[in-house]
Each structure stands twice: as structure tokens, then as C-alpha cells.
Ligand binder design. Sequence first.
Ligand SMILES: [Ca+2]
Length: 364
Amino acid sequence: MSLNRCHFGLLCVFITCQLYEYHFIKEQMSWDEARAYCREKYTDLAKVFDLTDMRRLQDSAQNQTEAWIGLYNITGGANRRWHWSLPGEEYTENKTCWRDGEPNDQASPENCVRTVDKWTDVPCTNTHQFICYNVNKTFHLNETSVTWTQAQSYCRQHHTDLASGLDQIYSEEFKKLQKSKGSTMNLWIGLFRDSWRWSDGSNFSFRYWDMDSFNDGLNNRTCATTLLERSGRWSSAGCDQRKPFFCYDDNMILIHEEKTWEEALYYCREKHHDLASITNRQEQAWLQEKAKNASTTFVWLGLRYTCTLGFWFWVTDDVIGYNNWDSKRKVDACGMSGAMDTAGEQKWVSKPDDNKFNFFCSKH
Ligand SMILES: [Ca+2]
């Protein structure tokens, strides 16, 4: 079995080099020309999942300048979409979370959300106290009233992010902290909306605006750049301007053929690199998006059960730390391999290895 090359290089953050690679193109082009170039030579203009991605993007630049990334604005209030601030947390509409009549854009535009027991959209420039979330699933109440963006920056710097997603906001600990402030205290939560989109259609919620030079929706600056001399923060610019740019090259591909697990393994190893493994939230989020285009109801992963030793393992030798099993559909038995459900929460399930499904290969 081959070792994953990402385990070696010190500069290579394995969680991201497994998914996609960035390429900095020095040549100056308009945003549209840059996108066409990236789509021809690589996959698309660069997209950014989180701060780790952002640092990697900066590291791949060859000089200190401003460069296009794959974010553009479909201006107009009706095109806005809600996002959770925490990367990888997907927003799903749930009317019962909102106060009656909200969201309503009353002070127009109202793009950030505060909560008492139910949610209200308000201008992001309002000031409120807020609760940050930590990776170890604890929360921190900050009693200074600040704007939504300031609250987000604070949480990202000192914790993980603003509390995001129903599991966090309706957790016992969040409620306990909230109650400690009395029943009428408004708190920011990590929910915001905007009309910015990634050129490859992915739903990444990460934003990294430089607030001094950003003017959302107020002019014709509808394409995004990264200001490499300002720690990579983003700004908006007219799309016809000519700038260097970043492309990304996808390392994960969905193969639309229907094969048994073993056939899929040989196919990937012969034509690409290996069957794909998923070792963190970002990889799950990314493959989940792709799985929606599959023609079978499940998609094979490089996940295998060994009945002689009695455990599950990745064929890439990656360690199973992160997992996304559906415990009700996991059978530890001979001849079982792991697949991702293409519907619902897109959890992992065990399937007899002679079933025929689409599958994911990694290219490197
Ligand atoms: Ca409102």
C-alpha cells in the first residue's frame, strides 16, 4: 500500500494538499480572461475554504501584489444567500428558528443575525455581545459589544469562529451562557448573507474582506482580489482591470463509471493515484458537493473492513481520526467496503464490495 505523500513535507499541509493545489499566474488579465485561462489549464480560479487555505494561497504567490481570486458578486438583494461563518457548516432553511416576520431587511440591508431565543436579521454595523465556538466543543461569551465583523475576527483569532449551525446554537452550553446574561440579551451568531459566489459554483462561506477597501454591492466592483501586501485580505475591484491571478487544480475526481469496490480501486491506481480518503471536515464537505453529481445512490471511498484483523482502514494508509459514519448503516463484516450516501446528510455507510457504484479517485 502506498503512503500518502502529504505525510512528509513540512511545508505541505496535508489536509489541503490532498484536495487541491494553487497556482499563481503572473500574467495580467481581466477577471473573465483569467477564469478562462484557469479552466483551460487547471480546474478554475482559486477558491478559499478557510484561513489555512488562505495562508497556502499566499505562500504560492511569487511577488507582493494584488491578484484575482474566483469570487464575484451577483449584485442585487434577491441574490443573497445565508451562510454560517464556520467553514464546512452548511445552512439549511428552517423557518421556526426566526422570529415572526424575520428576516425582513427592515433597515435595508440587514445581512447579519442576532438571537435572543429566536433570530432577527439586522445591519452588520449594529453592536452586540457574542459567543465564540472552540474546536473542543466549548463556548466563550464575550461581553464587549462590537459589530458582527469585529465579533467574527475576534472569535477567529482567539477561538475557532462565531457559534455556527443549529447543533451549536441550540446546545445546552450555548443556552446556559445566554441565560447567564438574562433573557433579553441580544447576541450575534455566525450567520450572515451576501451575494458573492465562487466561480466553480461551490458554496464555501469563508470571507476575508479588508474592511477599509471593501464596498459590498455599492458600485461596479464585482470581482474579488487578494491584497498580498495586506496579509492577503480581500478587496473588490472592477472586473475589467488587468491583474495577476490564482488558479486551483482539483485533486479529487468523481468517476461516473459503475464498478465494484475492487474494480474501482484498480481503476484509480492505474489511471490516477488511489481511491479517495476523507480525513477531515473540509474533505467531507468538498467530496459531498461532488457526490451530488453521481449517477448512483452511493459513491465508493477508499475505506475497507479487514475481517482478519477486525477494523476499518483507508487504503491510502491515512489514519481514521475524523469519521462520518451513519452508525445505523455500518456493518463490521467480511466483504464490506465504505461508501458515501449521495442523499440526506451524505454519511458513510458500509456496502457489500460487489455492489457497483461511482467512485472518487485522487489524482496525486
Ligand atoms: Ca430584521
